[in-house]
Design a protein around this ligand. Structure first.
Ligand code: DAH
Length: 344
């Protein structure tokens, strides 16, 4: 019996299955209900008391060896060669992950900021919930100005006019905050979201984005305004883009103008983007009205300034030929993923 057990022990120690089937055959052979160990225990019953003492221990050890071997091999096979290799193979590629893309409005905003930063402008921001003073009164809006109307403005609190609280209708309110809290010279651009009570369509939305610009110092003239905006357009849409200024009216600037650029889609020959005129309006601008400077505590005899405000969606429309304003806020990935991917 001892010789038999020694032989089986050697066999078990040397056993190395190639797959789960071989291990199962091993189990049936040694540990199965009709297996070798069962058989040895049957034989054990028939030996004399002297041998029982010696072999009882040997047999139990042998059984433990077979079970331990089986459990160990089973665990290795279960965890599988694949999982084992994965944990160790450092040459395998890492897991892929989806990279997002920049929103077109962020691309446009960053580009505008870059251009004006090179001209020495800083970036400033203000609150989206504004009081009447910063959104209207300080900007020289007359008491009965239609822009103050419920039709245009989302009021949060509407009382007597002076303590009205509303969602800002333009970023010009940030000009006021800037001038109230600092001393000239000011040279800043102010990007942000604005709100108007409009029915949503391809051409209008209840919220959109503007970039405001302000330059106040001694001796700032309309020539500075023209040259700054001309340079901006060359940088944004490329050398040779033409600009033209048309007289206009804003309560907070005098004189006021609107600036058109030669259509970036057709180059000025006429297309449906520029309604066959060859020109597209991109911003409003003007010399800061002395009343506005005084309202903000700035000496209008000493200082002059220019301001401008543009819609970011309009700039993006022209750059990427996006014809429906609603696309900007629908978060449709089929639309969004067409734009520049963030490089990590
Ligand atoms: N606030 C104007 C608007 O929302 C845009 C604008 C026009 C801003 C002329 C200015 C400006 O600073 O000078 O339509």
């Amino acid at each position: 019996m001892q010789a038999q057990i020694d032989q089986y022990t050697a066999e078990i120690n040397a056993f190395s299955p190639a797959n789960a089937d071989e291990l199962e055959t091993f189990r049936i052979k040694f540990l199965g209900t009709k297996g070798i160990i069962k058989d040895l225990f049957e034989q054990f019953k028939t030996v004399g008391p002297e041998e029982k003492r010696t072999f009882g221990k040997v047999l139990n050890q042998f059984k433990q060896l077979a079970e331990a071997k089986y459990n160990e091999l089973k665990e290795t096979l279960d965890s599988g060669p694949k999982a084992k290799d994965l944990a160790l193979d450092l040459t395998l590629p890492g897991e892929d992950f989806a990279v997002g893309s920049r929103h077109p409005l962020s691309l446009v905003r960053n580009e505008i900021i870059d251009i004006f930063k090179r001209l020495g402008f800083v970036v400033a921001e203000g609150p989206e919930i504004e009081d009447d003073w910063h959104n209207f009164s300080a900007l020289n809006f007359p008491e009965e100005h239609p822009a103050r109307d419920m039709q245009d403005t989302f009021f949060i609190k509407k009382n007597s006019g002076k303590d009205d609280i509303a969602l800002r209708t333009h970023t010009s309110s940030v000009q006021v905050r800037m001038m109230e809290h600092g001393k000239p010279p000011f040279r800043a651009i102010m990007p942000g979201r604005v709100y108007r009570n409009e029915a949503i369509s391809a051409r209008a939305h209840c919220f959109f984005h503007q970039v405001e610009g302000l330059y106040v110092d001694e001796n700032v003239s309309f020539a500075d305004l023209k040259q700054t905006l001309y340079h901006f357009v060359q940088e944004l849409y490329g050398e040779g883009t033409k600009v033209r200024f048309r007289p206009s009216y804003f309560p907070f600037t005098e004189p006021s103008a609107e600036m058109d650029v030669s259509c970036t889609i057709c180059g000025g020959s006429g297309c449906n983007m520029c309604k066959y005129s060859g020109w597209v309006e991109i911003l409003g601008c003007g010399m800061v009205d002395p009343n506005v400077l005084e309202n903000c505590g700035i000496d209008s005899k000493k200082y002059t300034g220019f301001a401008f405000g543009m819609g970011m969606e309009r700039i993006a429309n022209l750059k990427y030929v996006i014809r429906d304003l609603r696309l900007f806020s629908e978060n449709d990935v089929r639309f969004l993923k067409q734009f520049q991917t963030e490089i990590l």
